[in-house]
Ligand binder design. Structure first.
Ligand code: HDD
Length: 716
């Protein structure tokens, strides 16, 4: 990590300036109590004699302990584990044709943002590498008020109606009798629920894919999930689906790796985001939209209001309209990342909701949850939550009110206060809801257009490469393998056989079970409570057979960058200085990060006698924390007692299909590892034997850009 002096200086923005009002620097200051009284002794409590009891009178002790006792607030009921950063958003060109949203009009406007990524199921201290959906929430501090895009890294959701959300979350959270397991869906209650909810099958396919174990928060897509509306100045509406496309491509890790990372560094994603920003490698996403004119609402064979469906990019291409850059870490985790309150209902003129029944329920839930989490309806006054434009209304009082509203009137209409604050007309920017016509009976039912639960699950599976399909199969084997109740597994095999017969068969093989012959019959297997008895599932083929955009490996968002890839240089005394330095330079020139790993911390001596600082000892480093391993040439190559650690490091990198490079004079050592050196027929392009002068460094760089060599997986 670069030191503070070298830290790239990000320009300030309106929100950062606003936060300064509440930022207190203690450098060179004397310590005082919360009442401002200077403290003379913060080490000893007030006692009756140096060996006597503490005195109740000690207000300094009491204030300190009382504050400490109340330091915790309830964690989020979902998405408790998160990491966030500041940044900005800028639009490429005016979107005036589609929306009047101020922040989407002018490419010269940089809108401050605060973006929080999260896992869903685990608690605040849980591992980053859980197999889980990732939250992707962006708060835009626009001049027209806060706009929150509260999405996920998967474009669909498990359920169609918000009334099932508490059930879904109760099912996935640790089981209530013994609070096991933490941050994991691999247990009976989750799969019990899923196996009774056919509508969840599409999202389950995503959740079992490598999307659920991202390599980095900086290397995942984001989605608004629901269909929203853009409204232009003429009050014309377009349906809109939001996408975030990462500049660094879309990458995941293997499940075996994820589990090991969780042990080695459960803050892996948080630290990766933090360090990238500290090092000036600012993560970046493009904002994409799929736009559908109001008149084309019913043109698809799925319902745009159904959040278990995506709009294939083959049907409606994604138009990239702007970019978001995250360029500043928070100053204080609690004040910013923990207290930030997102809400899909925070919108601005030019953006509006649809009648998606999941979205409609969310519009209630988010304010409600902040009331118990942050404790008061004044949570909007917490610095990270307040809008950059001043708030004027007649809301008053409540716990922890910060704002001092002078005057007699806190009601509207009033004459005593001159009628202030005034209502804003539409041409003054006043928000008006889209005047959609609704003419309906009050019913408690699901639209028939929501009844196809499988076709897009099949589309997703069909769109995967063989490697990705295999990972999905293994994920189901793992998850269902941890389910004790055989009936639940059986019901899941039934569902899977509707998605894809081979998928079901392969999962069944792993479970040592047979796929049920009539997949829908076992659905309720003795359970009479059909969640939706009036809605018969429609089983049909997907209208688009396969979509490359759904595959992480086929996605056109991937590029040949090696920026910020972490490469472990395993070295020991006697390392060839030329080999080490030339490869390190070649990689760093392309933006990769080389770390020197050696048997001990401190320094190692090169063949020329130069002392090289060591970044991590073999005790701390692990292959799963790196994208690649490189072992420079070394005349007297000997790791002594650490030899098994180095072999394990290399073998694990091999098993996880990573790029491995080494100097040609250490081939004998490499023979001790799993790497097959003599297999000329099946050459592994992820194994690079480098010359001492590294004249073939480009070969290594190109291999690293590929991220992984999956064709190795069956062998490894
Ligand atoms: Fe939610 C938090 C995303 C459905 C109720 N949700 C939360 C966060 C994200 C999402 C990213 C974390 C925000 C943060 O970083 O602070 N939620 C989604 C998506 C959904 C979704 C993409 C479906 C498309 N959520 C959903 C439903 C409900 C909720 C249907 C309730 C009916 N979500 C909540 C919540 C949370 C929350 C309980 C917990 C913490 C918070 O709101 O601020 O209100």
């Amino acid at each position: 990590m670069k030191d503070k002096a070298n830290k790239p200086q990000e320009p300030s923005n309106a929100k950062l300036e606003d936060l300064k009002r509440n930022t207190t620097e203690s450098t060179d200051q004397l310590m005082n109590t919360d009442q401002g009284l200077l403290i003379n002794d913060d080490t000893n409590s007030l006692k009756a004699g140096s060996r006597g009891p503490s005195l109740l009178e000690d207000f300094i002790l009491r204030e300190k302990i009382t504050h400490f006792d109340h330091e915790r607030i309830p964690e989020r009921i979902v998405h408790a584990r998160g990491s966030a950063a500041h940044g900005y958003f800028e639009v490429y060109e005016s979107m005036e044709k589609y929306t009047k949203a101020g922040f989407l009009q002018d490419p010269k406007i940089k809108t401050p943002v605060f973006t929080r990524f999260s896992t869903v199921a685990g608690s605040r201290g849980s591992t980053d590498l859980a197999r889980d959906v990732r939250g992707f929430s962006v708060k835009f501090y626009t001049k027209e008020g806060n706009y929150d895009l509260v999405g996920n890294n998967m474009p669909v959701f498990f359920i169609q109606d918000a009334i099932k959300f508490p059930d879904l979350i109760h099912a996935v959270k640790p089981e209530p009798h013994n609070e096991i397991p933490q941050a994991a869906s691999a247990h009976d209650t989750f799969w019990d629920f899923i196996s009774l909810m056919p509508e969840s099958m599409h999202h389950v396919m995503w959740a079992m894919s490598d999307r659920a174990i991202p390599r980095s928060l900086r290397m995942m897509e984001g989605f608004g999930v629901h269909t929203f509306r853009f409204i232009n100045a003429q009050n014309e509406s377009h349906f809109v689906k939001f996408h975030w496309k990462p500049k660094l491509g879309i990458h995941g890790v293997l499940w075996d790796e994820a589990q090991k990372i969780s042990g080695k560094n459960s803050d892996f994603h948080r630290q990766d985001l933090w360090e990238a920003i500290e090092n000036g490698n600012f993560p970046e996403w493009e904002l994409g939209v799929q736009l559908i004119p109001e008149a084309e609402e019913h043109k698809f064979d799925f319902d745009l209001l159904d959040p278990t469906k995506l709009v294939p990019e083959e049907l409606v291409p994604v138009m990239k309209i702007g970019r978001m850059v995250l360029n500043r870490n928070p100053d204080n985790f609690f004040a910013e990342t923990e207290q930030v309150a997102f809400h899909p209902g925070h919108i601005v003129p030019g953006i509006d909701f649809t009648n998606d029944p999941l979205l409609q329920g969310r519009l209630f839930s988010y304010t409600d949850t902040q009331l118990s989490r942050l404790g008061s309806p004044n949570f909007h006054e917490i610095p990270i939550n307040r809008s950059i434009n001043e708030v004027h209304n007649n809301q008053r009082d409540g716990h922890m009110r910060q704002q001092i509203n002078p005057g007699r009137t806190s009601y509207h209409p009033n004459s005593l206060g001159g009628g202030c604050p005034f209502q804003a007309k539409a041409d003054q920017g006043g928000f008006e809801s889209f005047n959609e016509r609704i003419d309906a009976h009050k019913v408690r039912e699901r639209s028939k257009s929501f009844s196809d639960h499988f076709s897009q699950a099949t589309l997703f599976f069909n769109s995967m490469t063989a490697v990705e399909q295999n990972h999905i199969i293994k994920a189901f084997r793992f998850e269902l393998g941890k389910v004790d109740t055989e009936e639940i597994r059986m019901r899941m095999l039934g569902f899977l056989s509707i998605v894809d017969e081979t998928l079901a068969k392969k999962v069944a093989e792993g479970l040592g079970m047979e796929v049920p012959k009539s997949p829908q019959k076992p659905l309720n297997h003795g359970v009479s409570a059909d969640p939706n008895p009036d809605q018969e599932t429609v089983i049909k083929k997907p209208s688009v057979a396969s979509s490359d955009a759904l595959s992480m490996l086929k996605s056109k968002e991937n590029n040949d960058t090696i920026e910020t890839r972490q490469v472990a240089f395993i070295c020991t005394d006697g390392v060839n200085e030329e080999a080490l330095n030339s490869m390190k330079k070649a990689l760093e020139d392309k933006g990769a990060m080389a770390k020197i790993i050696a048997p001990h911390l401190g320094t190692i001596k090169t063949d020329k006698g130069t002392e090289i600082p060591v970044d991590q000892s073999l005790l701390i480093a692990a292959s799963v924390l790196f994208d690649s391993v490189y072992i420079p040439a070394n005349g007297q190559f000997d790791f002594k007692d650490n030899t098994p650690d180095v072999i394990e490091f290399i073998n694990e990198s091999y098993k996880h299909c990573k790029v491995i490079g080494f100097g040609e004079n250490i081939k004998d050592f490499i023979k001790e590892t799993m790497i097959p050196l003599d297999d000329n027929k099946n050459k592994d392009n992820g194994i690079i034997i480098s010359k001492n002068d590294n004249s073939n460094a480009q070969e290594y760089i190109s291999a690293l850009a590929q991220h992984r060599f999956w064709e190795r997986e069956p062998k490894a």
